[in-house]
Design a protein around this ligand. Structure first.
Ligand code: SAM
Length: 212
């Protein structure tokens, strides 16, 4: 097993940095931080940003059609980890009075389309989140373990007013076990699980989300 794990091919990008992590393990260090790698590799940065933008083009139409009422009456919203702003653009188009901003890492914000109407903020959600009424988190929390998620959610809480003053956090993420037992959906879910394992993320079932 060790021979296989430490085989030189494991130094290739396919190995996701496992060999280096195994040989020089430091406490609390993830073997591979995809979002750090995006900062130094334009191709990886473009690949994930474009994939997420494509997801938003499809998914946000469903969200706005099926759950559009949750956006009524919101003044301001920050899409935390909002990538190139695809989801924010869909929300701002559907609700023109909604002031939408996108917070993401500097190397992502730098690639945001110039024609976009949203305000982009380059920052780090683990440091601070700009003040707003509502925070939107789409496919962000499943990239992180519980401790990091709690840190993000604490920063969200600091950025919004109390619930009775309109403060809210909207989370769109995968809920394990919630899909019908259709083989194609199961295959897609397994593929997503592998992808999320690569970045050290966690897919959660309903109980785990409630606990969080
Ligand atoms: C899986 S993508 C989701 C993108 C977008 N929410 C969507 O659904 O299309 C996760 C996003 O979180 C961003 N991100 C990662 N670490 C971050 C940090 N520390 N602060 C702000 N954004 C971060 C990434 O750059 C990426 O855009």
């Amino acid at each position: 097993m060790m021979n296989h794990v430490l085989d030189p091919f494991r130094d290739s990008p396919l190995s996701m940095g496992l060999t280096a992590w195994f040989q020089h393990e430091k406490p609390d260090q993830s073997p591979y931080t995809l979002f750090e790698m995006c900062g130094s590799d334009d191709a990886v940065n473009a690949s994930i940003n474009n994939a997420m933008a494509a997801d938003s083009r499809f998914l946000m139409q469903v969200v706005l059609k099926e759950c559009g009422e949750i956006f009524h009456g919101i003044d301001s919203l920050v899409d935390v980890g909002g990538g190139l702003g695809g989801a924010a653009a869909a929300m701002a188009t559907a609700f023109p009075s909604l002031k939408c901003s996108v917070l993401d890492l500097p190397h992502v914000v730098a690639k945001a389309p110039p024609f976009s109407n949203e305000q982009f903020v380059a920052g780090d959600m683990f440091e601070s989140i700009p003040p707003t009424n509502v925070i939107f988190l789409k496919y962000v929390l499943h990239d992180w373990g519980d401790d990091k998620c709690i840190k993000i959610l604490k920063n969200c809480k600091q950025a919004i007013p109390a619930r009775d003053a309109g403060g809210n956090v909207i989370i769109i993420d995968i809920v394990v076990g919630s899909s019908p037992s259709d083989i194609k959906l199961l295959e897609t879910q397994v593929l997503c699980d592998l992808d999320i394992m690569k970045v050290g993320g966690v897919e959660r079932d309903e109980q785990e989300w409630k606990k969080m």
